[in-house]
Design a binder for this molecule. Sequence first.
Ligand SMILES: NC(=O)c1ccc[n+]([C@@H]2O[C@H](COP(=O)([O-])OP(=O)(O)OC[C@H]3O[C@@H](n4cnc5c(N)ncnc54)[C@H](O)[C@@H]3O)[C@@H](O)[C@H]2O)c1
Ligand SMILES: O=C(O)C[C@H](O)C(=O)O
Ligand SMILES: [Mg+2]
Length: 618
Amino acid sequence: MAIFCARRRRLVDLVASAWSWGSHRGIANGHHLFRSSGRPTIVHKRGADILHDPWYNKGTALPPTERDRLGLRGLLPPRVMTPQQQIDRFMSDFKSLERTTRDGPRDMSALAKWRILNRLHDRNETLYYKILIDNIKNFAPIIYTPTVGLVCQNYSGLFRRPRGMYFSSADRGEMVSMIYNWPAEDVDIIVVTDGSRILGLGDLGVQGIGIPIGKLDLYVAAAGFNPQRVLPVMIDVGTNNKKLLDDPLYLGLQQPRLEGEDYLAVIDEFMEGVFTRWPHVIVQFEDFQSKWAFKLLQRYRNHYRMFNDDVQGTAGVALAGLFGAVRAQGKPLSELANAKIVVVGAGSAGLGVLHMTRKAIGQILGDKSKATRNLYILDKLGLVTKERADADVDPDAKPFARNTNEGLREGASLLEVVKQVKPDMLVGLSGVGGIFTPEVLREMKNADYKRPAIFPMSNPTMNAECTAEEAFKHVGDHIIFASGSPFDDVKLENGKIGHVNQGNNMYLFPGIGLGTLLCGARTVTDRMLSSAAARLASYMGEEDVSNGKIYPPISSIRDISKEVAVAVLRAAVEEDIVEGYRDLSARELQQMSEDQIREYVDQYMWSPQYSPLIYEER
Ligand SMILES: NC(=O)c1ccc[n+]([C@@H]2O[C@H](COP(=O)([O-])OP(=O)(O)OC[C@H]3O[C@@H](n4cnc5c(N)ncnc54)[C@H](O)[C@@H]3O)[C@@H](O)[C@H]2O)c1
Ligand SMILES: O=C(O)C[C@H](O)C(=O)O
Ligand SMILES: [Mg+2]
């Protein structure tokens, strides 16, 4: 009884103090709204529980001392806003609904749909994922590309409840302890970005957090990761985006990006921290600008369980698509070695694709030295040749530099290259919308392939190198088409349908993560990645491929992710780098047949279902 009374009184006090907070401050005008009454409010919660409690939550206005005292550090964007700034941010977002956005009303309705889904995500995760899985074709373009790009561009306005963790340069020396603020005991997968190259939209600073959130939604929906064990992370090392630096309502640190050793020290500390708390976690790097994407991959890939999705995931998906295009000609896969392939864009994605393609061709030919003879790469300065000054070329692009005595000058334009080379496959990973102009596309009619491959893979939609309509119109009805963001199928003049594939790394990363998790591979190796790509390449049957369908429909993403996971897991077992997972030892994994592995993966995959809730006192 005494305990009951004491508890009851605490509850009464608590409600009273919370109410006084509300009544003292709530009636006053905006300026006084948040002025301290001098009387503290006693809370019996810490960490994320405070953020989820509308009585106590102050959101981005929580001062640093309170964040430290209450275990909140890292659970909010690093910048502390004033109450007035919070009001301004809310009002500006509210009014933005009335403003016409760049792409007109379509964008507005996409953002409105995102808000509705986001609110459900915050209220009821089980229902959210059930609805997402059941409607993946309609909702993937909202929670993922293209709408997620628009969301990131507007994130400072859209931000409501924090999701994930934020680390900044101001947290150096503190990160290991901050990581313990994350409320879940176990984390299986982290998607981390520094916001420096969000899709093809450039440096969006802290607002890039939308990308890890969207990618993890697919980990859950496509690969059955448990949503309680995923963690989106933003490492805010500043931004070089002038608009954000000048925006008083921007949520991130308003300072130029860290560079050099200072930058590396922050990322190193983050990696040490997360692997200290969760030694078996997988870290997916996402949307880092190229200059860091490659360096960080080399720095960590042999020590930590990590991979870079833009470099490695994209490479696997594109290679599977190139093989699909070869199959669609009715040719054997080994014919990839004779296909003329032009890649536009020499960043993390374009170079990742070419390196993996070179490796595959080298294996076909049994001679690595001849593997680049039909490969071409262009960057913003045009065709990369051996005459390019060292300072102007990424060292990773050098193996693909052409000799100028082949008749193409250094820096040749895409049109010149296409005219001269007559490529069979044209891959766009430049982030430059419309760069596959009608003239370029018309030249693709001269390919040796009767069904040239046109892959405008840049995201979001407005950054695609061409639209599906344009490709079918200017090249012809028989092309093999794949774009990074979704387009509708095209109605052709002959009454038939031009099939649109979505060539996006979403077909691989969820399965790569799942396969790695379920075997406890120590690292993510090239062999695991190429097995993933090979499985995707063989997924579609001959009939579909001959109808131009080289990638699965998104409605089967759960099945393809499972198949990719099986392939990844088997490759890791064959390489003898597995440690086992939970009760399953490495030895047991080694003894499993492919069907047993498939069943194991299938049983593990989380499905959204309500389970009975039982109260237990701590
Ligand atoms: N479909 C997918 O799964 C997928 C995966 C990863 C990246 N992407 C997309 O690929 C694009 C590039 O990503 P990234 O990480 O390589 O970016 P990045 O910024 O590292 O590289 C862009 C490259 O394009 C080149 N470029 C710029 N303007 C050009 C022009 N006018 N002509 C030719 N080349 C030009 C740049 O020099 C650079 O080499 C983005 O839009 C991204 O969304 C798609
Ligand atoms: O996010 C995507 O849709 C694919 C890819 O990772 C990208 O950066 O564009
Ligand atoms: Mg990406």
